[in-house]
Design a protein around this ligand. Structure first.
Ligand code: SAH
Ligand code: SF4
Length: 449
């Protein structure tokens, strides 16, 4: 087939959204599109959306507005808007009114059927399709791009937790796990085309396989993935603390390729707020989980997500979040101001927090976490850590970058030939976000390519 048409894919939100965007881009290949980054010469622009916070939605609405101008300059271009924002109950009609220049609207459950929509649009129609439920298992196999070192692999979809602030269960549907065989095959094919690191994706990977008979849980799946030859590293997100089993911690401690990194969102350090968030754990329980990780895996890196300004959050609740940061010793935290999502329970709570208070708390939280992140990295000075070499550093092309098993970013002097391999780097300097080091020459490069 002749590849003469260009598709630009823009993606907002989490890794699952990124993965969906890859699927969409791949589907367009069968229609003769090749990926591009230049909007001006594009024949098709896909925007895969996120609606987890209002700030994301505002950015996306701004982009959709810009695309209207693009279409005025270039009437040939087709515009597709897909994903979570479109899937929100009642959103489609509102969006269509606001953006009549869009050619394809697609929800999260019918992304895999994107080819049918694209076919119609190529014949001059405008289409909108948002299925209320996923129909069967519509997995489009992951497409291994040549030379791509890292890949995201879905292991499950949806979420059953209904945290009171969160829109995800409404736009991603109920939890469903992919069969281990499918996952393993997908990873093997990725590895065959050069991939060395996978991140297994799910909103709550710890409840993977709940529905399977005979029983097979996430730790069992990890054990199987760990056996795949030539794969160097396995990561996973996200672990809901309430379901983090000892068996899983043990699996990570023992697994050869399983990286010692847990993304364990706490959301708040206050039991009162955790209860209102419907997180189903207490601060004390969470800290015990952290302790268990540290006992079995002393070097484990733990990262988290935190929301400030959840309805009813008093100053003392916020203080408890701050003390939690100091107790848990996170290597990194993703911090957010609570954003009201219509349709969720928390949106109806009365004691919403004013924006200025949320902003102040976010600033304070970030400054506490920044010093924690720095301290975490400083304790690594002098250590020799395993790094998967990704490529030249964006800020300093004379240096290479890569990540430790704990997912810390490292910048170091090294040989371009080591890209895609594991090297041992001695850490000499540490900043809040980055470690600086040098390759330990006596341990050399372990090449697996
Ligand atoms: N499944 C994951 C989280 C997915 S959403 C988990 O349970 O940990 C990613 C993060 O966005 C959440 O951890 C939370 O910190 C944040 N988030 C979700 N809804 C939000 C809202 N309404 N306002 C602000 N932050 C929110
Ligand atoms: Fe949202 Fe909670 Fe599900 Fe995470 S576990 S996606 S925060 S509802």
């Amino acid at each position: 087939m002749e590849y003469n048409k260009k598709v630009v894919t823009l993606v907002y939100g989490c890794q699952m959204s990124e993965r969906d965007a890859e699927t969409l881009t791949e589907i367009t290949r069968h229609f003769g599109y090749s990926p591009s980054e230049d909007l001006e010469t594009a024949d098709l622009v896909i925007v895969n959306t996120c609606c987890v916070r209002e700030s994301a939605e505002n950015k996306i609405l701004g982009k959709i507005g810009e695309l209207k101008k693009l279409k005025e300059r270039n009437s040939r271009v087709k515009i597709a808007i897909s994903g979570c924002m479109v899937q929100q109950p009642g959103a489609l009609e509102r969006l269509q009114k606001r953006a009549p220049h869009v050619d394809i609207w697609a929800g999260t459950h019918n992304l895999h059927d994107f080819s049918a929509l694209l076919r119609k649009v190529e014949q001059g129609e405008k289409v909108a399709e948002v299925w209320q439920e996923p129909k069967g298992t519509l997995e489009v196999a992951s497409f291994a791009e040549k030379g791509k070192l890292h890949a995201n692999v879905n292991i499950m979809y949806g979420c059953d937790n209904f945290c009171s602030y969160c829109i995800v269960p409404y736009v991603r549907g109920r939890e469903r796990s992919r069969k281990p065989k499918e996952i393993i095959e997908e990873i093997k094919s990725l590895v065959d085309s050069g991939c060395r690191e996978v991140t297994l994706l799910g909103q709550n990977v710890n409840s993977y396989g709940k529905e399977f008979t005979p029983a097979l849980d996430f730790a069992d799946l990890l054990h199987q993935v760990d056996q795949i030859a030539s794969l160097l590293r396995i990561r996973f997100i996200t672990s809901h603390p309430k379901d983090l089993s000892d068996k899983l911690i043990k699996a990570v401690a023992e697994g050869e390729k399983l990286c010692e990194h847990f993304h364990l969102p706490i959301q708040s350090g206050s039991n009162f707020i955790l209860e209102r968030m419907n997180r189903k754990y207490t601060r004390e329980y969470y800290l015990k989980r952290v302790q268990q990780i540290r006992e079995l895996i002393p070097n484990a890196s733990i990262t988290t997500d935190i929301i400030v300004g959840f309805p009813g959050e008093a100053e003392e609740d916020f203080e408890q979040t701050l003390t939690m940061m100091k107790q848990a010793h996170y290597s990194q935290a993703f911090t957010f101001m609570y954003s009201k999502r219509s349709g969720t329970l928390a949106a109806k709570m009365e004691d919403q927090i004013p924006l200025d208070v949320k902003k102040r708390r976010l600033q304070k939280l970030m400054s506490v976490q920044n010093s924690e992140s720095l301290e975490w990295r400083q304790h690594m000075i002098g250590q020799v850590v395993e790094v998967l070499v990704e490529g030249p550093s964006k800020t300093n092309p004379q240096r290479l970058t890569g990540r430790t098993r704990g997912n810390e970013l490292v910048v170091f002097k090294g040989d371009l030939a080591s890209i895609g391999s594991l090297v041992h780097v001695k850490i000499n300097e540490a900043g809040t976000w980055t470690l600086v080091g040098e390759v330990e020459s006596n341990r050399g490069i372990q090449s697996f390519m």
